[in-house]
Write a protein that binds this ligand. Sequence first.
Ligand SMILES: *Cc1c(COP(=O)(O)O)cnc(C)c1O
Length: 380
Amino acid sequence: MAIQQKINREIAEKALIPMLDLKAQYKSLGQEIEVAIREILESGHFVLGEHVRAFEREIADYHNVKYAVSLASGTDALHLSLKALDIKEGDEVITTPFTFIASAEAVAYVGAIPVFADIDKKTLNISLSQIKDKITSKTKAIIPVHLFGLPADMDEIMDIAKQYNLKVIEDCAQAFGAKYKDVPVGSIGDAGCFSFYPSKNLGAYGDGGIMITNNHEICEKVRLLRNHGTTAPYKHSFIGYNSRLDEIQAAILEIKLKHVDAYNQKRRNLAKIYTSLLSNVVQCPAEMPDRIHVYHQYTIRSIKKAAIKKNLEGNSISSVVYYPIPLHLQDAFKYLGHKKNDFPESETAANEVLSLPIYPELEREKVEFIAEAVLKAITG
Ligand SMILES: *Cc1c(COP(=O)(O)O)cnc(C)c1O
């Protein structure tokens, strides 16, 4: 019962419960990771080497797709996928305004116009009817985001894409390992984009990303784009970028990849406890029978969000609002000319959402303690 005592003591002493504890994961994998890093330091080979090649193969196999191209970030994965699909100035790309800015930023990078479609209030993912409303003759692609780890409505999105001849780029940054009808997200659209930012479900110790696809042409284009358009030594066929995952990050990710399913299962177990304790008083994340949600965030919704957040703070429990300002109301997208009320579901969500601590190493007793603090804030 030493662990139980430790948890009780931490709670009694009001030790901060963080949103995420990367140190706990390092504790369990540290030795193996340090050996791998040391080998690379001794090898003197840091960029585009055997670890990057092996990791790309493992990621492709994990998703049961033909190709994976590792990159410097998830944002680059979106950007270079759009470029590879020849989406450019004057084109329109439909995405959600209730996401991290990178989902729409990448569209702006290629000179295309991000066209927002409002979200579904239950799933917080892009709404199918709203997508259809936004399609014009200029629409070239849809970027569904599997927000917080819950897969978007991929069958219907692929049907719409087929009907209007649109490309689909899945933003899987928050959903590594999530499944839609037994199929891993990222393998359904034309391209799947992942981020290995440290806090993501599969996180590096720095920045990183990857694009997966079954399309050889897209794979080759992204592969060249990430390395200055280099087709032979010092021969550059077009203007590219420097966007490579380095060997050290690839080696770290190879080690973590072996554990990611177990980590996701732990997140799911904790989410189940939260939901069982909270579903009567707040809106809990949607669990859908045909999808595996990987709970990058455990995000509740309540009109009493402010009181909940305050009570959590009083109990040294972290909580964060993802995302307080929908993208259409961000100064960065002012040029799109949107105003308040253009996407009411996203705006209401922004006012009501609150993400609670969730990470594989979080103890279930703490989840119960956090849930109690939420309940107390509401029922007094
Ligand atoms: C993290 C994230 C990205 C960007 O990933 P980076 O690796 O940080 O560039 C894109 N989209 C979403 C939804 C994200 O959460």
